[in-house]
Design a protein around this ligand. Structure first.
Ligand code: ATP
Ligand code: MG
Length: 589
């Protein structure tokens, strides 16, 4: 097996201001106790438990920070609006009161099908105050993914726009008898008493609200996984998760209350909720919300005009920026920016180094899952980066590389050995179940460890390296090949913008590697380039691991959270059923 890419360490930049307690990673990690994390938070007044929305919003009022801007919204058409922590507290109080006035009970499902509008943030926080179970959906979902999720999660209330309602939801109402109320941000269509106008309800509601005692184990969010490997699972989270958001916001993203922070993820993906709403607000930052989708030029504009200091994005966006080249950054004053992080897919070493070259800052890769609720492994503020590594476990998190066998789990201590990534339970943001899939949930745990389904290795310095998803690993002539290292090697070639790698059956080798490649502008997909790429990969990886075939495409099929859907490339290649495509976004041959 080839060794991890041999890039030099990137030393932590002086622009970081990690918690002084974290200056010594090893010491902090060893001393950290989750009970101590509670000190970062207040708990509900009177010892009435822990509520995410209280910690994210109202707590700041109690500390004299009510006038500070909590949300700064940049609309698609150049609109701009701001909500202070005090205003956000009032608006979410109103929404909690609206839910009460509609007879919605704690524990019932509130679904959000909104683009990144301020109302999405208000509704999510208000519903958490009312102890409802919130599920944000991608507004780009079609009717079928909306219906299956709303059915599964027993949606009682849906917040959406009049347009989305008419186009996608109205025709589903028969299928969703439990959906009693729809609240539209805009004018409600006449003639249906169950469809209400947001403004009418909110204006009439009381801006005062007392959050009822909230047991930390109360279910807070139902989040569906990205659907990269199959049908999405509904991961259920609880209010206690806010402890992990407070800790990881500080330690993995280096958030301080004078930061201007921007997370590019949509709340339809767990990143856009945990780190697009909860963690930044808990840390008291000004949270920038951008309604529009990705466009490199306008993103650079946002970073510059808003003086964003901490930025959290994903490899797919970084690769698109790389495709355009660092020149596109010219003329933007990004001097406020001091920390950049990435999640969702492996971050190729090329991308980390490109950050350094283009922004003067490396991207800090971090790893987690919908199931884990928060960042688990990160190149975090207080440590040096090894480009291509996901970093080290956060304080409070114990990770291991394991192998399963009939007698249970075997922990692999030998450095640089591939195995499944496992995390020792519990931690506060861990899912408490897969909705309606108890058996599947139980199967994730063996001997007190949660098995992630991802393969990784740990090096002698304790850094973790992603190898691939267990489902995606390719077995070729006795080698186990992780798609990530093959894709990373292809990405080193100046012509390659994106690469996705699968195994295809081969009579001799069992499987051989096939790569799908999208090119940067200005490169021609011809036989010369194909042989050049095959040669480059062979030189870089060795003949056993390098792709045998390359197919050029305009782009690769991806989930709405920006992940390459290798299983779809494979199903098509093998002529198998395509499976659940509810989260498929781009797919241009
Ligand atoms: P599904 O579980 O429905 O197949 P998914 O696993 O893509 O979809 P998410 O929970 O959004 O759904 O993604 C978590 C997965 O994303 C991880 O298990 C891992 O495979 C991948 N991932 C996330 N961050 C990283 C990272 N920094 N490096 C490598 N892989 C990552
Ligand atoms: Mg998964």
């Amino acid at each position: 097996m080839p060794q991890p890419p041999d890039h030099a360490l990137i030393h932590k930049p002086a622009s970081l201001r990690p918690d002084p307690n974290l200056a010594d990673y090893a010491q902090t990690a060893a001393q950290f106790r989750w009970e101590d994390a509670a000190k970062l938070l207040d708990g509900l007044p009177g010892g009435a438990g822990l509520n995410i929305a209280y910690e994210a919003v109202d707590r700041h009022l109690a500390h004299g920070r009510g006038d500070k801007v909590a949300l700064r919204w940049l609309g698609r058409n150049g609109e701009r609006s701001e909500l202070s922590y005090a205003k956000l507290a009032q608006a979410s109080n109103r929404f909690a009161n609206v839910l009460h006035s509609l007879g919605v009970q704690p524990g019932e499902g509130v679904f959000l099908l909104l683009g990144r509008l301020p109302q999405l943030y208000v509704a999510l926080l208000g519903a958490l105050k009312a102890r409802c179970v919130v599920t944000p959906l991608f507004s780009a979902f079609g009717p079928e993914p909306i219906a299956t999720r709303a059915e599964m999660g027993d949606a009682r209330v849906l917040v959406t726009t009049p347009e989305l309602y008419q186009r996608k939801v109205q025709g589903l109402r028969q299928r969703l008898p439990g959906l009693q109320h729809v609240i539209v941000v805009g004018e409600a269509p006449a003639g249906d008493a169950s469809v209400h106008s947001w403004a009418a309800l909110l204006d009439a509601a009381n801006p005062e609200y007392t959050i009822a005692p909230t047991d930390p184990e109360t279910v807070s969010l139902l989040h569906f996984t990205s659907g990269t490997t199959g049908r999405p699972k509904g991961a259920m989270h609880v209010h206690a998760a806010v402890l992990a958001h407070a800790v990881t916001g500080r330690y993995a993203l280096d958030l301080h209350d004078d930061d201007v922070y921007w997370c590019t993820a949509d709340p339809g993906w767990v990143t856009g909720t945990s780190y697009g709403i909860i963690a930044p607000l808990v840390c008291g930052v000004t949270n920038v919300v951008v309604e529009a989708e990705f466009d490199a030029q306008s993103w650079y504009g946002v970073l510059a005009s808003e003086h964003v200091t901490v930025w959290y994005t994903a490899p797919t966006a970084i690769r698109m920026m790389m495709k355009l080249g660092a020149e596109a950054l010219q003329g933007y004053d990004l001097s406020a920016l001091r920390f950049m992080a990435s999640v969702g897919e492996p971050l190729n070493p090329e991308a980390v180094l490109w950050g350094q070259q283009a922004f003067g800052l490396p991207f800090h890769d971090n790893w987690w899952q919908t199931e884990t609720g928060g960042i688990m492994i990160a190149n975090y503020a207080a440590m040096d980066i090894k480009p291509g590594s996901m970093g080290k476990p956060l304080p409070g998190i114990t990770a291991a590389i394991v192998q399963r066998d009939s007698s249970g789990l075997r922990l692999i201590d030998t450095p640089d050995t591939d195995g499944e990534l496992a995390l020792k339970v519990p931690w506060p943001s861990m899912m408490r179940g897969y909705l309606h899939e108890d058996e599947r949930y139980r199967k994730c745990f063996v001997d007190g460890w949660y098995l992630t389904g991802d393969l990784a290795r740990r090096d002698a310095d304790g850094y973790y390296w992603f190898v691939g998803r267990a489902d995606d690993v390719i077995k070729s002539s006795g080698h186990l090949i992780g798609p990530f290292e093959v894709e990373s090697a292809l990405l080193e070639h100046p012509a390659v913008a994106e690469a996705g790698v699968i195994g295809i059956p081969d009579p001799m080798a069992g499987e051989v590697v096939k790569a799908f490649v999208a090119l940067k502008p200005g490169f021609v997909a011809d036989e010369t380039l194909r042989s050049e790429l095959l040669g480059h990969a062979r030189k870089r990886l060795g003949a056993a691991v390098a792709p045998k075939q390359i197919e050029f495409r305009n782009n690769l099929p991806k989930t709405r959270s920006g992940k390459i859907m290798r299983r779809l490339l494979k199903a098509r290649e093998l002529g198998l059923p395509e499976g659940d495509l509810s989260t498929l976004e781009s797919d241009e041959k």
